[in-house]
Design a protein around this ligand. Structure first.
Ligand SMILES: N[C@@H](CCC(=O)N[C@@H](CS)C(=O)NCC(=O)O)C(=O)O
Length: 248
């Protein structure tokens, strides 16, 4: 049976799971229920174990959390490995995966939504990419709902919290550059889960053309930060990793 991925188009955690599936050349089907239903749907699919998307249905099992999804894929589809064979490199790759998941992902999301919330027109444009049916049916109401939701759920309305989140995101870029140390990959001399995760988590800031978010123009709040880092080696590295390794 074809694996089914329950995902959110614009989400960087969903991007991780999609990228792993695509990297391994696995055929998959996507389901994208409307925003607001994610938590109950995820809980229902995983019988209360996971409240977030992505969730992957694989061989009759529902797996929540992008890290667990990649672990399951790695076991079930060993071709095009994302884990290094060498145990030391593997430990390094997994620890970088959790660093970018936990110390970078939530903060990028907060400051990106903070910037977006200030521009209702752009918010509507992104909303339409995330939930086309909902936004075409409800129009401005969907935008109001989305702004309220991201404010509450991701603390994206608070200016001070958004400033702090931007600093955390930039610290993630510092760490990326330090770990790369001028090299092309984070763990060994091949593309691994560490590279996939770092690039996915930084995607909402870098907005690579191969990624899932199209923003033209980039809203002011986000553009300011993006412009301030776009010549940095870490930013260019994310673009390059997307260009070379993100096959649709
Ligand atoms: N640790 C989880 C985090 C996933 C996550 O935070 N997903 C968010 C979207 S970016 C979500 O499903 N949110 C549901 C909601 O807040 O309504 C993973 O790696 O999969």
């Amino acid at each position: 049976v074809t694996p089914v991925l329950w995902h959110i188009v614009i989400s960087h955690y969903s991007e991780k799971a999609r990228w792993a599936l695509d990297h391994k050349g696995i055929e998959w089907t996507g389901r994208t229920p409307p925003p607001g239903s994610h938590i109950p749907v995820a809980l229902w699919l995983t019988r209360g174990r996971t409240a977030t998307f992505p969730v992957l249905e694989l061989d009759g099992e529902a797996i929540g959390d992008s890290t667990a999804i990649i672990a399951a894929l790695e076991e079930r589809f060993p071709q095009a490995p994302l884990y290094p064979a060498d145990p030391t490199l593997r430990a390094r790759a997994l620890s970088l995966e959790s660093f970018f998941d936990e110390e970078v992902g939530p903060f990028i999301r907060r400051f990106a939504f903070h910037g977006l919330r200030r521009d209702p027109e752009q918010f509507a444009a992104v909303g339409a990419q995330a939930a086309p049916a909902l936004f075409s049916k409800l129009g401005p109401l969907a935008t109001a709902y989305g702004r309220a939701y991201t404010g509450l759920r991701y603390n994206a309305a608070d200016d001070a919290a958004a400033d702090a989140a931007r600093e955390r995101a930039l610290a993630g870029l510092d760490r990326l550059e330090a770990e790369l140390d001028g090299g092309p990959y984070l763990a060994g001399d091949a593309f691994t889960v560490a590279d996939l995760t770092a690039a996915s988590m930084l995607m909402p800031m870098v907005l690579p053309p191969e990624g899932p978010i199209e923003l033209d123009p980039v809203p002011d709040g986000l553009a300011e930060v993006r412009d301030s880092v776009r010549d940095r080696p870490g930013f260019r590295w994310v673009e390059e990793i997307y260009r070379r390794h993100r096959r649709p």
